[in-house]
Design a protein around this ligand. Structure first.
Ligand SMILES: *[C@@H]1O[C@H](CO)[C@@H](O)[C@H](O)[C@H]1NC(C)=O
Length: 397
């Protein structure tokens, strides 16, 4: 008896009034709030219905789940922290054993019908049935629905993979006008979660929150600015194309008479085609903003096609017999190739050309031409790459 009393006194001393709360206190409070007071969740909880209710919204971003360039969609995971004062849900803690707060299922109290205005899928109630709201004795209600938000986002991928995208998440009370509720950002606006989940392709640069007022609605706009991590695209799209283009230029280093050449050049061209099929799904493609990378790839494939055609013509010519006439142009180019040890001076070359006999064979002419074509295509490749790089980096200058 004395021992129990001593223990009770000690615990009361240690934990103050907390210890004196009992389930009966909580039950009494629930009865008062929801039965005695006849709480109706359909009624906006303001004693004066002509004063709009202030609702504060804070968004905590947990991570970016994905960005879809084709559908122009951002998928972000996070939770909203929505706070308002429910004047009909307040009590005196002292009358209930110092009970300062309770939790109640979100479906049983009045809530503003806040939803994502620029959502991608159908309009839905935030949160879910099992989520409870926190209510303190002053009637402050704190509701934290966790959600995967899919929002419409204009994605401009011209500068892919060095692009920066700005996406908005607009939250609005769908049916309530600004006469009923005033939605504003909370003190912190938008926050990045402490354990923000990193995305493989996107990095969050910064985020802002903004209060917006439309004609008869108020809304909060959370803006997320994300930057693509270019390494992935460089490794997977740009490097293979660069390497294939270099391989393609080396076609001109393969002797035309070996017969390997057409096989080689067609293989490289097929590699382009297969590669394009693989990446065409992953490249951001919309007719509004064609990425510079796509144009660059098209140019490289076009050059590749030209190289295939030239190789085909050259292979055909290589099998002509040498007494068939060599085009004048070819002969002129090949003339320089005549500088063999046996042919010493310019005069001898011109003599050689003047005589009505072929001084160069087809093979010699073609191999001379190949030298020029090698350098020509190398120059085109380097120039097109540099120009593309320059245009892509213009945004940062
Ligand atoms: C309700 O609020 C309005 C606007 O502030 C005020 O004019 C009116 O007197 C208030 N009504 C009551 C019953 O307090």
């Amino acid at each position: 008896m004395t021992a129990t009393w001593c223990l009770k006194t000690l615990l009361t001393f240690l934990f103050g009034s907390v210890i004196s709360q009992s389930n009966i206190n909580v039950q009494n409070l629930y009865t008062l709030l929801f039965t005695t007071n006849n709480y109706n969740k359909l009624i906006r909880p303001s004693r004066n219905q002509s004063v709009p209710l202030s609702v504060h919204v804070i968004f905590t971003l947990y991570g970016i789940s994905g960005v879809d360039e084709i559908e122009q969609k951002l998928t972000a995971t996070g939770w909203l922290e929505i706070e308002w004062t429910d004047e009909l849900l307040s009590w005196t803690p002292e009358s209930y054993g110092g009970l300062r707060y309770i939790y109640y299922p979100q479906g049983e109290v009045w809530k503003p019908d806040i939803s994502l205005q620029n959502g991608f899928s159908k309009l839905e109630e935030l949160g879910s049935k099992f989520i409870s709201v926190f209510i303190d004795s002053n009637g402050l209600v704190n509701w934290r629905p966790f959600q995967v938000f899919e929002s419409k986002c204009d994605i401009d991928s011209t500068y892919f993979p060095f692009d920066i995208q700005t996406c908005h998440l607009d939250f609005v009370a769908w049916s309530l006008s600004s006469k009923d509720v005033h939605i504003t950002q909370g003190r912190k606006g938008i926050e990045l979660s402490d354990d923000l989940q990193r995305h493989g392709e996107w990095k969050i640069l910064f985020s802002t929150a903004l209060n917006l007022a439309e004609s008869h609605k108020t809304k909060v706009r959370f803006t997320i600015v994300i930057q693509r991590k270019p390494l992935y695209a460089i490794m997977n799209y740009i490097m293979p194309i660069l390497l294939l283009s270099i391989l393609d230029i080396f076609t001109f280093k393969i002797p035309v008479d070996t017969g390997e050449r057409i096989g080689y050049v067609i293989t490289v061209w097929l590699a382009y085609a297969v590669f394009l099929t693989i990446i065409s799904d992953s490249l951001p493609n919309s007719s509004e903003s064609i990425p510079i990378v796509s144009i660059y790839i098209m140019i490289q494939i076009f050059i590749g096609t030209v190289i295939v055609i030239i190789s085909a013509i050259e292979s055909g010519c290589a099998h002509l017999s040498d007494d068939e006439s060599v085009y004048f142009l070819l002969r002129a180019i090949a003339a320089k190739n005549c500088r063999k040890p046996s042919v010493q001076s310019e005069q001898e070359i011109s003599k050689c050309l003047d005589r009505d006999e072929t001084c160069v064979t087809w093979k010699e002419a073609i191999s001379a031409l190949d030298k020029y074509l090698f350098w020509l295509f190398l120059t085109i490749f380097v120039l097109s790459t540099l120009v593309s790089l320059l245009i892509a980096s213009l945004k940062y200058i």
